[in-house]
Design a protein around this ligand. Structure first.
Ligand code: CFM
Length: 545
């Protein structure tokens, strides 16, 4: 048994046998010997009663994928709590541009039908329809999204019918998302529902290709802390025309024209691989998995991207940008590396960051010794080659799969988009991972732990045993970890910092991590349970016990 497994054994002891058996399938310790990743169980139901870090399908649809679209009004049909909690917690940063003036940006606002008991009893469709009328009268939006919450599905409000009628009344697109919170096993289901609707009803409805060379989209980039803007800056300097960042700071108008690009980059594979694949099927547009988190990772992504177009001038300009930017930030990175070198981290974030941030931490000389996802699928851990072997269960069958066919008018072969021959394209696929993602496993080192749907008990046990220097978590674990005397960073919102992507992001990140590691605060904290001795065991369970 190596150190990773020893640390885990104690963690299991409190579990009943069935839970232990289940949880063991979600945890892999990388060994020297294993070349390929053993199967990990993922995207299955959390055991009831366990405090999971996961969110709901509504969060994945409204909060994650469509929430950032700046010029669409997204109405939550449901109780006010669902709207309130999904308002402002994800940092959907947006700014005005030539096609979207300031008064057409709705991301800072929260629209909710405020379902009350009478709506649950008598139905909420009329109230929602009235609300759409008011929203149109006041804001005149270009398009509207309607998102369902749990009660909508339970009482059977027909969101699609309300949307259709409103669309006819007002002459603007009104899209209905049946993303009731309970659909699927996590927010991942909501990503899929959102991808389907955006693909079916928005992508392909525009006709304006952005002028300029090498037109690309960045899919699965949500501009948290301004990450998308930093990526756009770098890509433009290399010589690309950025058509759309989906969906960070995206406009409805941009998404209509999403198909008028030569290549899709995929930053967050988990949340957007559906659209990447569907665009490949329908239009033939190839996609490339990139990672703009980390200096080395950014450099590698830019080099791979430049290769895709087979244009020597583009490759030359890319090298100029890489050299200039890397040299510019090197002294600052070096200064922080001296502080961070040799430190260890845990990363428990969503469905892509726990992998992406390993690269940035390695730039700082740090190692992620435990990495986990809340809701990733097996391909995000093991690589896309496992997709054909994943058995779909009742929960995944609950989410419709769109079976698209090539668009007869617009379909072109992938190599035509990149301006190369079929032979050259086949060569290229050997050099860069076109339409492929290798997952997190290959980047782990022997002894490191990969964990799916990690829960509070497991986080606490592993922190106690392994005592890392830093933990990436969500808001639910952050403060528990800090009370245990360890620095924690909320890596969904970046603790209101950022950007962390690209070169400028790397500097911000290095500074924030160095600050977190060196502050004496964590050593000064004595949690209440260590200050006061625990009350003696009860003497019979009466009120005075
Ligand atoms: Fe993709 Fe995201 Fe993530 Fe995600 Fe998310 Fe997020 Fe995340 Mo929070 S889309 S999977 S559902 S990178 S909101 S911007 S930080 S859990 S790791």
């Amino acid at each position: 048994m190596d150190s990773g497994e020893i640390a885990l054994e104690d963690m299991y002891t409190r579990y009943p046998d069935t839970v232990k058996k289940n949880r063991k399938k979600h945890i892999i310790v990388k060994t020297e010997a294993a070349e390929s990743c053993p199967p990990i169980e993922a995207n299955t139901r959390t055991i009831p009663g366990i405090i999971s870090q996961r969110g709901c399908a509504y969060a994945g649809c409204k909060g994650v994928v469509i929430g950032p679209i700046k010029d669409m009004i997204t109405i939550t049909h449901g109780p006010v709590g669902c709207g309130y909690y999904s308002w402002g917690t994800r940092r959907n940063k947006a700014r005005a541009d030539a096609s979207t003036p300031k008064d057409k940006i709705y991301t800072p606002l929260c629209f909710i039908s405020d379902m009350q008991e009478p709506d649950i009893v008598f139905g909420g469709e009329k109230k929602l329809a009235r609300m759409i009328d008011e929203v149109v009268a006041i804001f005149h939006p270009r398009a509207i999204n309607l998102c369902a919450t749990c009660p909508v599905g339970l009482i059977g409000d027909d969101l699609g019918a309300v949307a259709k009628a409103a669309q006819e009344r007002h002459g603007i697109p009104v899209l209905a998302y049946n993303c009731e919170g309970y659909k699927g096993v996590s927010q991942s289901a909501g990503h899929h529902i959102a991808n389907n609707n955006v693909m079916q009803n928005i992508v392909g409805t525009g006709t304006e290709r952005k002028p300029g060379p090498h037109v690309i989209n960045v899919l699965g980039e949500y501009n948290i802390g301004g990450d998308g803007w930093e990526q756009e800056r770098i890509l433009k300097e290399c010589g690309y025309t950025v058509n759309c960042v989906l969906t960070g700071d995206a406009s409805y108008l941009d998404i209509k024209n999403l198909h008028l690009a030569d290549l899709n980059l995929v930053q967050c594979h988990r949340s957007i691989n559906y659209i990447a694949e569907m665009m490949e099927t329908k239009y033939g547009i190839p996609w490339l998995k990139v990672n703009f988190i980390g200096v080395e990772a950014t450099n590698q992504s830019l080099r791979q991207l430049a290769k895709c177009f087979g244009d020597p001038e583009l490759e030359r300009q890319t090298e100029i940008v890489i050299e200039r930017e890397t040299a510019r930030i090197a002294p600052v990175m070096e200064q922080y590396r001296r502080i961070c070198q040799g430190k260890t981290a845990f990363a428990f974030v969503g469905g892509s960051r726990s992998h992406h941030y390993q690269h940035l931490l390695r730039d700082l000389g740090m190692e992620v010794v435990v990495a986990g996802y809340e809701f990733a699928h097996r391909d995000d851990y093991e690589g896309r080659q496992v997709i054909p072997t994943i058995k779909s269960d009742a929960d995944s069958k609950n989410i419709p799969e769109l079976h698209l066919t090539p668009d007869m008018e617009r379909y072109r072969e992938p190599q035509e988009y990149l301006g190369m021959s079929k032979e050259r394209y086949e060569e290229l696929k050997k050099e860069v991972p076109i339409s492929y993602y290798e997952g997190m496993y290959p980047d782990l080192k022997a002894g490191e732990i990969m964990i799916d749907d990690c829960n509070h008990h497991e986080v606490e046990e592993m922190v106690e045993k392994i005592r890392p220097d830093l933990i990436f978590s969500g808001v639910r674990d952050k403060y528990i970890v800090e009370k245990m005397g360890i620095a924690a960073k909320q890596m969904h919102s970046y603790d209101y910092s950022g950007p962390y992507a690209g070169y400028n992001g790397a500097i911000h990140f290095a500074r924030d991590v160095a600050h977190a590691l060196t502050t004496p605060a964590w050593k000064m904290i004595i949690p209440p349970w260590e200050k006061e001795p625990a009350r003696p065991a009860g003497n019979g369970g009466g009120p005075d016990a």
